[in-house]
Structure formats: C-alpha cells, structure tokens
Write a protein that binds this ligand. Structure first.
Ligand SMILES: C[S@@+](CC[C@H](N)C(=O)[O-])C[C@H]1O[C@@H](n2cnc3c(N)ncnc32)[C@H](O)[C@@H]1O
Length: 372
C-alpha cells in the first residue's frame, strides 16, 4: 500500500540541516498543519556532541531477560482470558508477520547518540529523524531497508514492511499537550508506549515519574535508530538542565531521580509482541497506562490492537489514544475504531478532546467495562 497522510513536524517546520525532507515522500496534495505557532517557535536543532550528555551508569538501565513460560489462565471470560499468553481468539498466523524481539540497551550509550542531531521541544530532547534517514540512506543500511523502500515508494507507510515510525506524527503532540492540560499522573505507573516511533510519549511518562516504561514499534530499525537515542538523549537532562516540566516537578524528587528506571524496548507486530512480553515473566505485570498515537489508521489491524489492549492492560488501567478523525486512503479513523470497540463490548470509550483545526483529531480513553 502506498500511502501518505501526514507531515513530519520536524520537516514541516523547516530545518536547514535536512538534506531531504518528507516533502519527497509526499504524494500530491498539500500538507496540512495544525502545529501551533508556539510549537514552531520552540523547535530547534543543534549538533549533538555525546560529551554534552552525562550518560547514566549501567545500573540506570535495568533489563529483564525474556523466556519464561506464560501463566495458564481461565479462558471462559474475556477479561480472565486476557491474562493468558495464548491468544483469546485463535490468532491466524499470517506469513511475514514481523516477529517480535527485545532490544538490549547498548553497552556504550554514548555511541547511541553518535552522528545524531538533537532538537528541543519544551521539556524534551529529540533527535532529527531526517538526519537519521539521510545517514541510513548514505550508509546503505544493511538491516531493514525501510528508509530506501519508503523513499522509493514515496510512502510513509508500507503495510507490513514499514508502519511509519520514522516520523513524529501530529497526534503525538496532541497527546503531549493533553498530558500537561489534564495533569496526567504517571507516578509509579507501568507504562507502554505502543507504536512508539520517536517514543516521546513514553519519555514524558518517564519524566513524570513512571516506574517502568516499555516501548514498542513495528520496526526494529526505528527502535535502534530513533527511540533508543531519544531515550538516551533525555535520560539525564531532566535534572541537569532544570527543564521546567510541571509534571516532573510534581513527582520527581532528587532521590527518585537517582533510582534506576526500567526501560524495555521491543520491535515486532502487536500479536507477536504480546506473546513475547507475556512469556517474558512468569507473572507478567500488566500496564497501568497504554499510550498510543496514530495507530488506528488501518482497520485490518483493529482486531490485533484490541486484543493487545485486552491482554496487556491492567483491569483498572486505561489507554490514552490519539488519532486523526479519518485516515484518507487507508480507511481507518476514530468513528470506525469506536464502533469496533463497541461491538467487542469489552472496553468503554470516552472522548477526551476533539481538535478541530487542520485535519480533525480526537483523543480518546479506553477502560475496561468491568474493572476489578
Ligand atoms: C503512524 S506511526 C505513529 C508513530 C508514533 N506513535 C507517532 O505518533 O509519531 C504508527 C506506529 O504504529 C506501529 N504499528 C502500526 N501497526 C502495527 C502493527 N500491526 N503491529 C505493530 N506495530 C504497529 C508502528 O510501530 C508505527 O510506528
């Protein structure tokens, strides 16, 4: 599927460091922007010198090994069955489904930021994805060839090959703004940034005091080249630079800041990811919060996405989801997704906010109909 429905905030704002922008990936129609003037003004770039980052010691990163058997559970009730590592509905193994894997944090964290250019947003550091793409193209990256595939097919999404993680999508910023507005409480929570791409949602959750954060993206390369570097770039700057993030101030004491945080990184298709994490610990502790932006564009994925929520969300947890109202060309959107959720009758949805400028966007919350 050849598809383009968005712009990168980074490219849209213009940046002289960008040798080619996503302009090159755009099919036809004009781009629409709803990025506010204040967002534009706050975006800037600087070359990254790894010396500028006082990177954390090894024990900062706590990893768990994968491989324990999953607990067996009662399957009569969808909620109980959701605890099982076995799929609720027989999972049709499709050939070519991207197998999930866990990414270990590299030993040498400074290397993660090598050749990266770092931009800033309020309370956030963020590497330039355009530079990453260019570097990978130049290097003729031997792994997942998604950059050149995306480039040559003029598409931001290639179904089953590249699902768009090499951009920061617009709704990420809607959700970030909502976190501040609604004073979302991350303290002590176990959080999943699902379909993370840049990982900015999870990073803000970390800064807000979340106790454990997992990042998942379809593409392995996205995790290695974008998500991980962003996490590293943001890992210690919070305290050192005195970034004024209200949520940070509220919950993070200097003592908390010194405690090791648990990050884990995963790539792969959602059902495979579920299998992997549910098997990774004998008693997998479910997520209190699942954050997900621009992941409901393809109706073909709704069933797997629903099942992922069902199996991985704590009964008293919630999903915060941001989406365009409609994804032209692919067919998905909020209305269709909400209808799908209603029919399944497991979650209830609540509209948190409608952003009606540029392309209409919606923030919704999902919670279990019957919590504990
Ligand atoms: C359009 S991108 C959005 C990236 C990021 N959340 C943002 O807002 O900038 C959609 C993301 O969802 C994930 N995704 C989509 N479909 C998926 C699937 N079937 N299995 C696993 N991940 C998927 C991909 O990892 C991709 O990064």
């Amino acid at each position: 599927m050849t598809f383009q429905f968005n712009f990168t905030v980074e490219d849209h704002l213009g940046n002289e460091l960008t040798p080619f922008g996503d302009e090159d990936l755009t099919l036809g129609s004009s781009k629409e922007s709803s990025v506010s003037e204040s967002q534009k003004g706050q975006w800037g770039y600087r070359k990254c010198s790894t010396e500028q980052f006082n990177l954390p010691q090894d024990d900062f990163w706590e990893h768990k090994s994968v491989g324990n058997a999953a607990p067996s559970e009662d399957r009569d009730n969808p909620l109980r069955a959701a605890n099982s590592a076995d799929t609720l509905e027989p999972h049709k193994k499709q050939p070519g489904l991207r197998v999930a894997k866990e990414h270990a944090m590299p030993q040498d964290l400074k290397k993660v930021l090598e050749n990266k250019v770092v931009g800033t947003l309020p309370g956030l550091q963020h590497i330039s994805v355009s530079i990453v793409k260019t570097t990978l193209l130049e290097k003729n990256f031997p792994g997942e060839n998604i950059v050149s595939k995306s480039f040559s097919s003029h598409s931001d999404l290639i179904t089953g090959v590249y699902e768009g993680g090499l951009k920061i999508w617009e709704c990420t910023f809607d959700l970030l703004a909502y976190f501040t507005k609604a004073r979302v409480d991350f303290a002590g929570k176990k959080v999943l940034d699902l379909g993370c791409g840049s990982g900015l949602l999870g990073i803000i959750a970390f800064k807000g005091g979340a106790k454990e954060i997992h990042f998942q993206d379809y593409n392995s390369l996205v995790i290695d080249e974008v998500t991980l570097p962003n996490v590293v770039a943001n890992s210690t700057l919070v305290e050192e630079n005195g970034i004024n993030e209200p949520a940070v101030k509220r919950v993070r004491t200097s003592k908390q800041a010194q405690q090791p945080f648990k990050y884990r990184f995963f790539s792969g298709e959602w059902s495979e990811f579920c299998e992997l994490v549910l098997r990774s610990e004998k008693f997998f502790v479910k997520y209190d919060l699942i954050l997900t932006s621009e992941t409901i564009y393809n109706p073909d994925y709704y069933s797997t996405l629903h099942e992922t929520f069902l199996r991985l969300l704590d009964r008293n947890g919630r999903v915060l989801l941001a989406s365009k109202a409609h994804y032209f060309g692919v067919g998905g959107g909020v209305h269709l997704f909400q209808k799908f959720i209603e029919e399944r009758n497991v979650f209830e949805t609540r509209t948190l906010e409608i952003i009606d400028e540029g392309l209409k966007r919606v923030l919704i919350e999902l919670t279990f109909k019957h919590s504990s």
